[in-house]
Design a protein around this ligand. Structure first.
Ligand code: ATR
Length: 269
C-alpha cells in the first residue's frame, strides 16, 4: 500500500495517477489519500513504521516538516529542505526525496527538450519554482533568471540555482531559450503570468499550471511560434519518479496522464 498525506487532500489527483500506474505495471498495490492535520507529520512517519507502510507521497502542509522527520534526505530534498516522497528501506531507514524538479526536467525531456547549456527564465519563486531552479541547475542549464513579484523569495530560488542563478527582469523572457511559469497565475482562468508580446519563435515555453490543461499563456506562446509544454507533464513525471523510488519500476506516463485527465473530466474541470 502507498498513500499521500496532506491537508486538504481530498482533491488530490495522486490516487488516480498512482493507481493507474500500479495497474499498468501489474502490481498488487493500492494508493489512498490520508488527511493528516498540520503538526502531525512526525506521527505520520511513526504510523508508517507501525503499519509497515513503505511508500508515501507528501503534499502541503507537510513537505517542510517531513524534511525534519525523516532519517535521510536525497540531494534535492536536502537542498530544498522539502520532501514529497518517502521510502522506508527494508532496514527501517526512512528516506525523504523530492521528485518535483526532476519531474519537470523529465517532462521537458519527454518532448525532446534538454536544458543542458540552455538559458532558462523562471517566473515564480514558490515551492514548485525552487524545486525547478534546483533541478534545472543540476541538469546543466547555463543560466537561470528568476523573475518574481517578491524579491526575497526570488533570492532564495537564485541561491538554489548556484553559480548559474541570477535575479531576472521581464526582458529575459524574450532572451531565454526556455521560459517557465512556476507561479499559480493562470490556474482555473485566463490570467497570464507574463506579457505574451515577449514570446518569440523557437523558444520552449513550459507552464506548471495544468488546469486548464492548455493554459491561455501556452496558447499565446504557440501563436508566437514557441513550443508549448503543458503542466500535466510535470505532475505525471514527478509521480512516475516516485513509483520508481518505491518499487524500482518506471511506469509509462501516458496511462497516468490519461487517468489524470479522466479524473479532471469527471470533476467537470
Ligand atoms: P507553490 O508551492 O505551488 O509553488 P507558492 O509557494 O504559494 O506555491 O508560490 C506561488 C508563486 O506564485 C510565488 O512565486 C508567488 O509570488 P510571490 O512570491 O510574490 O508571492 C506567485 N504568484 C502567485 N500569485 C501571483 C500573482 N497574482 N502575480 C504574480 N505572482 C504570483
Amino acid at each position: 500500500m502507498a498513500a499521500v498525506i496532506g491537508n486538504p487532500v481530498r482533491h488530490s489527483l495522486s490516487p488516480a495517477l498512482h493507481n493507474a500506474a500500479f495497474e499498468q505495471l501489474g502490481l498488487d498495490w493500492v494508493y489512498v489519500a490520508l488527511e493528516v492535520a498540520p503538526g502531525e507529520t512526525q506521527r505520520a512517519v511513526d504510523a508508517m513504521r507501525v503499519l509497515g507502510l513503505a511508500a508515501l507521497s507528501v503534499t502541503m502542509p507537510h513537505k517542510e516538516a517531513m524534511a525534519l522527520a525523516v532519517d535521510e534526505l536525497d540531494p534535492a530534498a536536502a537542498a530544498l529542505r522539502s520532501v514529497n516522497t518517502v521510502v522506508v528501506r527494508p532496514d527501517g531507514t526512512v528516506v525523504g526525496h523530492s521528485t518535483d524538479g526532476a519531474g519537470f526536467v523529465a517532462s521537458l525531456g519527454a518532448q525532446g527538450v534538454s536544458v543542458v547549456g540552455r538559458s532558462v527564465c523562471l517566473l515564480g519563486a514558490g515551492g514548485a519554482a525552487r524545486a525547478i531552479a534546483d533541478a534545472v541547475a543540476r541538469a546543466g542549464a547555463e543560466r537561470i533568471w528568476v523573475v518574481n513579484r517578491t524579491r526575497s523569495s526570488a533570492e532564495a530560488a537564485v541561491a538554489l540555482a548556484g553559480d548559474v542563478g541570477e535575479i531576472g527582469e521581464t526582458t529575459h523572457i524574450r532572451e531565454a531559450d526556455i521560459v517557465v511559469n512556476a507561479t499559480s497565475v493562470g490556474m482555473g482562468g485566463s490570467d497570464l503570468p507574463s506579457d505574451p508580446a515577449l514570446f518569440r519563435a523557437g523558444q520552449v515555453v513550459a507552464d506548471i499550471v495544468y488546469h486548464p490543461r492548455t493554459t491561455a499563456w501556452l496558447v499565446a506562446a504557440a501563436a508566437a511560434g514557441a513550443t508549448p509544454v503543458e503542466g500535466l507533464g510535470m505532475l505525471v513525471h514527478q509521480a512516475a519518479l516516485q513509483q520508481q523510488l518505491w518499487h524500482g519500476q518506471l511506469p509509462d506516463v501516458r496511462g497516468m496522464a490519461a487517468a489524470a485527465e479522466r479524473e479532471l473530466a469527471a470533476r467537470g474541470q
